[in-house]
Ligand binder design. Sequence first.
Ligand code: MV4
Length: 464
Amino acid sequence: MFKKVLIANRGEIALRIIRACRELQIPTVAIYSTADRDALHVRLADERVCIGPPAVADSYLNIPAIISAALSFGADAVHPGYGFLSENGDFAEACQRSGLTFIGPRVRNIRLMGDKPRARRIMEKAGVPVLSGTSAGITDVREAQAVAAQVGFPVLLKAAAGGGGRGMRIAHTANELATVFPVARDEAAAAFGDGALYVEKYLEHARHVEVQIVADQHRNVLHLGERECSVQRRYQKIIEEAPSPALNKRLRERMGAVAVKAAQAIGYTNVGTIEFLLDAQGHFYFIEMNTRVQVEHPVTEMVTGIDIVQAGICAAAGQPLPWRQRDIALSGHALECRIVAEDPQTLRPSPGTIRGYHAPGGFGVRVESGVAENSVVPVYYDSMIAKVITWGKTREEAIRRMRVALAEYHIGGIKTNIPLHQLILSDPDFVAGKIHTRYLEQFLARSAAARDASAMSEPISLRA
Ligand code: MV4
């Protein structure tokens, strides 16, 4: 096992990794920027080192500073968490070259899955279903129009160098494609330093369902079932759950087997996620693979009883998985609400200092938070500050428990999206599990319309 792990991250995931290391009796080193001097992850780790000023390029993305911190503190492994350098092949390679174990998959798997059209090509060859589209990045509008004519509109333009929705644009016609192509290209270039795009048939009203994979270095690959992640806003997931209300045992086994086959096809190791789109007929298609631990991993932990962060650390240390597929059993239902520091009116980030803090608790309630009383939420980083996860015997029980937990959650001094979560949790469509990738957008449009209508019919106050 490792002697010491450096955690190349911040916020709730840094705390999650510190706790997993502590259970494995591995000492930890936190890194921090000057904006995070008093942050919880810095206080909770065994050792800490400031690696630079607040800007991410100078701190949490600063590869030479992180490598030299790891070496000078005597760490022998680095955990990247999610975001930041977690899917950066150069960082994983720099770790390896310095004799540090990168807690994640091998460099070439990170690079392969980071090239989204290449991943499509390899998955198709391995017999994994993909949507029709291009299998290489394109930079020319006419090429995109030729492909779109082949696969039929609507199509989706996606960034070849990165997932998660940045650089993504829908086109319903050849004209619209010509208009959005340069917009998507510029956005991709700004976000990933590479403007190459690829075209995929656009599936409307599909669900976003992803399968959790865990693999050791001895050719054992298991799946831990799926997560339903259709409730997203601007491609940011906000509520996730396990299992998906849309799957039965048979479909779960089929999707799981395909996800395992996808991981085996590339000799994948460590934890990872295969993302699929699932249509109303039960057809599913590979869209991308995430080669890291994900934000929403706790819902899978709650229904399988498996500590995914710990599994990733043990797999990186060369230990064989202690389970077979038949040992993996799902129990009950789990929901996760991402708590984001944002103004519900403007949808802008709401940084500041937390004044007045009380987190919920009780049976079946789990809070993964990077903040507490007097915590500073800096402007420089992601505005997700916490996650509330509830477990119940049934989906209904998990939803009810989540409403109670969120009603108790008090985060003063900044604004959060807790009111939005409560709105969704009381929507009959959400409660019935009738969700798809356009669900939230349509729900918000409906609620805005309802608000406008009720404002118009407001009676004139006689007391005025
Ligand atoms: C799609 C799709 C429909 N068709 N690809 C969004 C982020 C990412 N990792 C992949 N995503 C999607 N890819 C094809 N070919 C739908 C989504 C999608 C989505 C799209 C619009 C609005 C909300 C969405 C939520 C989840 C997934």
